[in-house]
Design a protein around this ligand. Sequence first.
Ligand code: 8YV
Length: 353
Amino acid sequence: FCGAISNRRGTPPYADIQTGRMMTGAERPLVIVTRKLPEVVETRLRELFDARLNLDDTPLSREQLVEAVKTADVLVPTVTDRIDRSVLSQAGPQLKLIAQFGTGVDNIDLETARNRSIIVTNTPGVLTEDTADMTMALILAVPRRLAEGAYLLKSGDSQWHGWSPTWMLGHRIYGKRLGIVGMGRIGHAVARRARAFGLQVHYHNRRRVSPEVEEALEATYWDSLDQMLARMDIISINCPHTPATYHLLSARRLALMKPSAYIVNTARGEVIDENALARMIENDELGGAGLDVFEHEPAVNPKLLKSDKVVVLPHMGSATLEGRIDMGEKVIINIKTFLDGHAPPDRVHPAMF
Ligand code: 8YV
């Protein structure tokens, strides 16, 4: 990790983070990036900053993370880096910005960051459509048994003896009720897609969206999550993971769902009590699940892996090259704006935690 890459001299100077003093060449702020990013993003980072990159993409150990916060002026972590209180409390006074490569910031102890006057930014907006696409893919895949069918042919020992009218029957999604938990950017994008597939859109959110948006999405608001859960055919989790949403889908709430209902999660595993979900799947108490995220990534509950009623993906919701490049650009804009002495555009608002 951290093969230091020296920068070309002659790139524009920057104001020092602490003093506002102009810096040039080797004095430029040190930006430590914890994971390998697309080449075009890394090239730009090297051009602009004293960038220390992770060329072989091995996730940082805790000790390496501590070392990084002790030395970096700007840290660029991702979801796989646990920047908790004990890591942050060892940060040097030079660390002033954590520019997360990602939208979710639940891997960062925001309160400690705030107490230490470290600004945290993220990359909202640029992965909305990709994540909504993957959500829709799971909403289709689970009821229509897509992964099961594909695996059956690819697994070699063909159990396919030709078409039959009663074989591999799934369930129709057209006309069914979709309940979106979390009507932010991604929730909206899922709702737009769902309408096109003939689903009836329902949602639960901390705040009700405007009547204009509700009308455009033909979306029905539920103040009570419990009541919504009991009446939906499909539930999609699209809210961030915060202390308030940890195990929002608890064993008690999961049990409110119809036994035929499906649940899809492209947000964060921690929003669902994964053990409770796995038990329900094992006991045939739910129609199925489409999961892109897990409570203890990269571990996945074996009961979920075993079940034909569950489609699992390895946290791929936003995994497009275009999306990753856009995320990198956002990170660079946040860093550059900050180093130029302005408030970076994607500061994580205190209301998020
Ligand atoms: C990213 C995500 O892959 O941005 C997020 O919140 O969940 C993913 O799309 C990852 O988190 C990058 O940090």
